[in-house]
Write a new protein. Structure first.
Length: 95
């Protein structure tokens, strides 16, 4: 069986401002994306996501996939930094 997760607003949330001290594992979007995002955006995992992914992945019957409307490069960067990439068999982007 397959489960497809949407990266943005399902696995991670975004916020503007200085969250690096208040939210563990917050990711500041890279400078390369600044033209699209003029403010500083921080991405962080939604509560319970790491534990939920671990439980689903431990059950051999599930094949986990991640989708984003953004690029696959964006998804890979976020998932790698948050150590979520290990849970997904495929990462799908808009390109």
């Amino acid at each position: 069986m397959h489960i497809v997760f949407d990266l943005d607003n399902t696995l991670v949330c975004a916020a503007t401002g200085f969250y690096e001290e208040s939210i563990p594992h917050a990711v500041l979007l890279p400078e390369a994306w600044k033209p699209s995002f003029p403010d500083s955006f921080y991405l962080y995992p939604r509560p319970g996501v790491p534990e939920g992914l671990k439980r689903l992945r431990a059950q051999a019957r599930w094949s986990l996939h991640c989708w984003t409307r953004g690029s696959r490069a964006y998804a890979n960067a976020v998932l790698e930094h948050l150590d979520f990439a290990q849970f997904f068999e495929h990462i799908l982007g808009s390109e």
